[in-house]
Design a protein around this ligand. Structure first.
Ligand code: RTP
Ligand code: MG
Length: 148
């Protein structure tokens, strides 16, 4: 089953949006398989956003993502990587469709509420930063057949 890495960013934790954001993915039908409430170290942040290391916004991005706690999560489901990116909305909240997470809650590209892996390969790389293999929880639910 496909997996993605989703992270509720520090601005969303501060604003009390954790429950709503998790709820959207639960109600969609995706399955939560790992979750941690943590504060990223400088090293974790630089690794997570390594692909942006040469961008002008990199220092500010690392400062923001380490500024407070985040919710680090692994979610499973059919096409969860692409579908969760759709649910998040565009990177720049001004371009994020109304009703998406960023379209609903954000106005600033540097405070855009949630992170989601942009490909299956990125998901594997990112999940390995935050979780040991043994931390992924295998579980079944009886309503599964009604959702997928
Ligand atoms: P993320 O990785 O955080 O889920 O966001 P994303 O895939 O939608 O966007 P990405 O291109 O990976 O950029 C990572 C984060 O960097 C910040 N950013 N600032 N022009 C700018 O000032 C700029 N561009 C990107 C955003 O906070 C974005 O989420
Ligand atoms: Mg990205």
């Amino acid at each position: 089953m496909e997996r993605t890495y989703l992270m509720i960013k520090p601005d969303a934790v501060q604003r009390g949006l954790v429950g709503d954001i998790i709820s959207r993915f639960e109600k969609k039908g995706f399955k939560l398989v790992a979750m941690k409430f943590i504060r990223l170290t400088q090293e974790m942040a630089e690794k997570h956003y390594g692909e942006h290391a040469d961008k002008p916004f990199f220092a500010g991005l690392v400062q923001y993502i380490t500024s407070g706690p985040v919710v680090a999560m692994a979610w499973e489901g059919n096409d969860v990587v692409a579908v969760s990116r759709e649910m998040m909305g565009a990177t720049h909240p001004a371009k994020a469709a109304p009703g998406t997470i960023r379209g609903t809650y954000a106005v600033d590209i540097g405070r855009n509420v949630i992170h989601g892996s942009d490909s299956v390969a990125s998901a594997e790389k990112e999940l390995a930063i935050y979780f040991e293999e043994a931390e992924f929880v295998q579980w079944d639910r009886t309503v599964e057949s009604w959702i997928v």
